[in-house]
Design a protein around this ligand. Structure first.
Ligand SMILES: [Zn+2]
Length: 124
């Protein structure tokens, strides 16, 4: 066992890696949200763009060179295989120049053609 970047205990190639590689589709919006967090950790822009709803999708994803993501805690989530929309409330921790900060956000997701997509987020 090891720990995925999203904080879940995992075996190699499971958890977010399977979603990021396209081997698995996220069944719940929480799973997609975790994979997107891991994509931020790994600066995987193509996955972030591909999992963004076309109506809110940016052309590029700005990665702050000074930001290092160090932790994710999912507080609440709803949205599974039989839902068309869902949301995930989480706290992501990051470091900038040695100082730790927390970002508390509620993300909204929609599911189209069986695929969860990130719509938008609200800072709490
Ligand atoms: Zn993960």
């Amino acid at each position: 066992m090891s720990i995925c970047a999203c904080g879940q205990p995992t075996v190699a190639e499971a958890c977010c890696a399977a979603i990021l590689s396209g081997d698995e589709q996220a069944e719940t919006c929480e799973r997609l949200m975790r994979a997107r967090y891991t994509a931020y950790v790994q600066r995987n822009e193509s996955f972030l763009i591909a999992s963004w709803h076309p109506s809110t999708r940016p052309k590029t994803v700005p990665f702050d060179a000074l930001t290092r993501w160090i932790g994710l805690k999912v507080i609440h989530s709803q949205g599974g295989a039989s839902d068309a929309s869902g949301e995930v409330e989480f706290i992501a921790t990051f470091k900038q120049q040695g100082k730790a900060y927390k970002m508390h956000e509620r993300s909204t997701f929609v599911r189209e053609q069986g695929q969860w997509l990130y719509l938008n987020g609200t800072f709490l």
